[in-house]
Structure formats: C-alpha cells, structure tokens
Design a protein around this ligand. Sequence first.
Ligand SMILES: CC(C)(COP(=O)(O)OP(=O)(O)OC[C@H]1O[C@@H](n2cnc3c(N)ncnc32)[C@H](O)[C@@H]1OP(=O)(O)O)[C@@H](O)C(=O)NCCC(=O)NCCS
Length: 145
Amino acid sequence: MNLRPAHEDDAAAVAGLSTQLGYPAVPDETAERLRSLAGHPDHAVLVAEDDSGDTRNVIAWIHIRGSHFVESAPFAEIAGLVVDERHRGQKIGEALVEAAARWARERDYATLRVRSNTIRERAHAFYERQGFTRIKTQVVLSRTL
Ligand SMILES: CC(C)(COP(=O)(O)OP(=O)(O)OC[C@H]1O[C@@H](n2cnc3c(N)ncnc32)[C@H](O)[C@@H]1OP(=O)(O)O)[C@@H](O)C(=O)NCCC(=O)NCCS
C-alpha cells in the first residue's frame, strides 16, 4: 500500500469511495472539490493505493483539516475517511489515521479529532483502539439557503 496526496485524476475513485461512505458523489464535482482543497494549506486529502498488482488502484482516502474557533485552541480534524469495502480490516484505515496524526503534529496541532455519526459503531471502536476518546455527542442542524 502506498500513501500519497490526492490529485484531480483520482476523482472517479474518490467519488466511488465517497458513495460507499454514504455521500453519493460524481467524478466531476469531486474533481472540483479536490482542486479547491489542494489550494488550502490547512487541508490535506491523502489516498491509499493498492500497489500489489500491475495497476495502482486507489482504495481509500482521508481528508484532514485544521479547525479554528474563537472559544477553543485550534485542533486538527479528520473530516472524512473511507476504505474500499473489499479492503477493510487490513489496517489501511489505521495507516491513514497515523498519517493524519503526523500531518497534525507537523503543523503543531496538539489534538486530532473526528466527528462520527452515532450509527457508525464499528468505526467508533476503530478510533478508540487508536487512542481517541469520546468527548461529546452533538446534534447537527442545517438550514437551506
Ligand atoms: C472505519 C474504516 C475507515 C476502518 O478502516 P479499515 O482499514 O477497515 O480498518 P483497520 O483494518 O485498520 O481496522 C479494522 C477495524 O475497522 C472497523 N471496521 C472494519 N470493517 C468495517 C466496516 N465495514 N464498517 C465500519 N468499520 C469497520 C472495525 O472496528 C474493525 O475492527 P474489528 O474487525 O475488530 O471490528 C473502514 O472500515 C471504513 O471505511 N468503514 C466505512 C466508513 C466509515 O465508517 N468511515 C469512518 C467515518 S467517521
């Protein structure tokens, strides 16, 4: 497995994985988002490639960002993480979380957070095994504009 920054050419694979995560996505929109995020120094999107065969297929992605608030110290946050369902349970997610922690330390963030839907119980166990602890449960509200 090889980890590297995502680029626009990864859009189709990244969109397919986003759909698996529960966010149906199409390549064009995903390419635009990857292009936009690449211009933000406080964001990183990394992909994992399967390098076991002749072709290198993207099988996972993680998005990490800095989060800045008036009321609390800045922290780094995993904004999204998904591993292809055919490749789960092979420590690829663990490697991506470690890469996120390295990214955050290099930028002097003291904390790495992740918000995860309450229904993703296996993912919560996955994060807790990697040293995350539960700090709160939130209600997320949205207003159409
Ligand atoms: C959670 C996830 C990123 C972990 O990546 P991974 O490479 O499978 O994880 P690892 O091999 O490092 O660790 C295995 C653990 O991941 C979790 N996991 C494995 N398959 C999973 C699945 N289908 N759904 C959710 N979690 C899963 C479990 O905690 C598993 O441990 P267990 O087998 O003892 O239950 C990956 O399973 C995934 O993409 N799940 C669906 C999307 C998701 O929940 N993303 C996190 C959003 S906050």
